[in-house]
Each structure stands twice: as C-alpha cells, then as structure tokens.
Ligand binder design. Structure first.
Ligand code: IPM
Ligand code: MG
Length: 371
C-alpha cells in the first residue's frame, strides 16, 4: 500500500528527461508512492489555449506533493502564432504555469538552497552554503500590469504627484507593472527564513531589498523584517540592497547564510547564487505552502537539448531530496543527498556541463547505485 500520492508533471523539453532520472532514483530508494502524471506546458497551450489545464489543478489537489520538470515559455507574439488556428482570436493568452501554480496553491515560500558540493569542478568557491527564501506569490510577480494603460488606471494613479509627467503620454506608449506587497506575505516569508535559521543553527538572515529607492514597498518589507528579527536574538539580522547583494555574492559569498527577498529580487539573486555552485544543473527549488508543495529544478526546458538526455539531473534529484525533507522522510533525504554528493565528488560520471560525456540517465544511475 502506497504511503503517498505524488503528482508528476514532466512538462516540456528536458523536463521529461530529468523527471525520468528522478523516477529511477525514487524507485531505487523504495519510496512507496503512487505516481500520477499530469498535463502541463507548451503542447497544452497550443492545443487547448491553456498551458495549465483545470484537470491538472484538480489532479494536484488529490495528491500529497508534486514533482515538476520544466516548461517552455515564449514571448507573446510567438505564443499567439503557435496557438491552434481554431483557437486564434478567442482571447486566449499565455501565462507561466509555474507562476500560476505558486499563486493558485498559495505556495508562498520558494526555498532555494545553493550549496557547493565538494569536488564539483564548477564551484566558484568550495565553502558556499546559501539558502534563499524567495517570496513566491506577489511583489513584482503579482501580475497586475497593463499595456496599453487604461484611462481609469492613469486617472487612479494621478493622485500621485509624480504621475503628472506621464498623464499626456498616449496609453499605448506606456506600460505599467505594479509591485504589490502585503503585510501577510512579507511577514510569513521573513518568519520562515528566521525559523529555518534557528532550526538549522544558521548564523544570519539577510534581508535583500532596495528601500532607499523603492521607499514604500521596500521600506515596508524592511520594517516588517526588522520587527520580526527582534524575536530571534539567536540569529543575526543583516540588511543589504539588492544591487550591493549581487556584488557581495560575487565578492564574499561564503559570508552569507540565509537570504530572504521579494519575488523578483529572489528570482534574480537565486540565479546568481546558483551559478556560484555550478549553475542551473545544481539549483533546486521548493515551492512550499502550508499544506502543499511543488518541487522542481530551477532550470528551464532547454529546447535545444530536447530528448537528448544531455542535461545534468542533479537539480531535479536535489528537488526530490527537498520533497523528502518536506514530507518528513529525513532518512531518505539524507541518504539521497549523500549519494548525490558522492557521485559529484568521485567525478567519474559527469554530464556535459561538468566537462563529461555522461547522459542524464547515466548520472541518475550512478546516484541510484550509491543508494
Ligand atoms: C524561476 C523561473 C520562473 C520565475 C520562470 C520560468 C517563470 O525563472 O523559477 O526562477 O520567473 O519564477
Ligand atoms: Mg528564475
């Protein structure tokens, strides 16, 4: 009898390859689960005008957690071009299914560990061990944006003195995206970061913002974080502007431990941090809510490697490890991480990004063999 029901969403391109790699490892580690595969991605946009069909959302609701591969997104013009001719002109518009999933299931924590595993030839330094808490439901990703900008929006914004110079700009000649931050979301992500730091005996939590310019949203987040930091006297609280953070992460990444940031800033610093420990082939991401979670590699679908079993599955395998952590399967989490670390350290089986010629499944097999 399976203990868990896990949704599996391979998606597009190399998403399929790395999910296959994950299944090999899951089988070997004797994780007793029933797996249900769901539809997501580009082909469903083209055929149905919806890259995240309602049936997939329903399927996720009946499972304990989800493993997600990767999806292909294309700019608006290309997306419209590839839509089924029968659906064209019917108000279908492409959206990012992963962003939608995060919001639909209120998966407010995006947890992104970036750790330098010993022996990884791509490590920028060997002593990096960062954990990023990215707010995952709002901020610049709130999705409240316009182009062209409707008169009503311009009118509403006109109460702000700085809006004056934009009032005469033709609606079609401007675009607006809003950065919406709520006390609820800021509070819960900062608390998650501090709780994690406390539980894992981490030295510091760094708030990454830009309150000197984004005075309202950035200042609001910082104010909340400062107050919360007072409840955690065992953890140091540091504040850094996002631009300076980019510089410090290159200069002294080993000094930082837990980082917490708004959605877009978290998106950016997590790619930078991923590159410090080997690039997107090593970067995993947990989208975690109060009672559901989706685990994914941070990389995209890499269409040029579609079906070639070329990419490094480590990010996906580390996402599986995160799923074990979240499910409370601590022994499996530890065993899997150790197996991955050993394969990296031995350096016998290496995908192209590591300078080798092994395939995605070779690497997964090597990890499975260690279990
Ligand atoms: C990520 C990705 C996504 C994001 C894209 C694929 C929508 O970059 O998970 O970091 O922007 O969040
Ligand atoms: Mg990103």
């Amino acid at each position: 009898m399976a203990k868990y029901k896990i949704a599996v969403l391979p998606g597009d391109g190399v998403g399929k390859d790395v999910v296959e790699a994950a299944m090999m490892v899951l089988k070997k580690i004797e994780f007793h689960a029933q797996y249900v595969e769901g539809d997501i991605g580009w082909e469903f946009w083209c055929q149905e005008g919806n890259p995240l069909p309602e049936r997939t959302i329903q399927l996720l609701k009946e499972t304990d957690a989800c493993l997600f591969g990767a999806i292909t997104s294309k700019p608006k013009e290309d997306a419209d071009k590839e839509l089924d001719p029968l659906l064209k002109g019917k108000e279908f518009s492409y959206f990012s299914p992963i962003v939608r999933l995060r919001q639909e299931f209120d998966l407010y924590t995006n947890l992104r560990p970036c750790k330098a595993y010993p022996g990884n030839p791509l490590n920028y330094r060997d002593d990096i061990d960062l954990v990023i808490f990215r707010e995952n439901t709002e901020g610049m990703y709130a999705g409240v944006e316009w182009h062209p900008v409707p008169d009503e929006v311009k009118k509403a914004f006109s109460i702000h003195p700085k809006m004056k110079k934009f009032m005469d700009v033709p609606n079609k000649d401007m675009a607006v995206s809003t950065r919406i931050m709520t006390r609820k979301a800021c509070t819960r992500i900062v608390k998650k970061a501090f709780d994690y730091a406390r539980e894992n005996k981490r030295k510091s939590v760094t708030m990454v913002e830009k309150p000197n310019v984004l005075r309202e949203t950035g200042g609001f987040m910082l104010d909340i974080a400062r107050k919360i930091s007072g409840e955690y006297e065992d953890v140091e609280f540091w504040e850094t502007n996002v631009d300076a953070m980019a510089m410090w992460l290159v200069k002294n990444p080993q000094d930082y431990s837990v980082l917490v940031a708004e959605n877009l800033f978290g998106d950016i610093i997590s790619d930078l941090s991923a590159q410090l420990v080997g690039g997107l082939g090593f970067a995993c991401s947990g989208n975690i809510g109060d009672d559901y979670a989706v685990f994914e590699p941070t990389h995209g679908s890499a269409p040029k490697y579609d079906g070639m079993y070329k990419v490094n599955p480590t990010a996906m395998l580390l996402a599986v490890k995160m799923m074990f952590d979240w499910l409370g399967e601590d022994e499996k989490a530890e065993r899997l991480e150790q197996a991955i670390a050993e394969v990296i350290k031995e350096g016998k089986v290496r995908t192209y990004d590591l300078g080798g010629t092994s395939s995605t499944l070779d690497m997964a097999q090597a990890v499975a063999d260690k279990l």
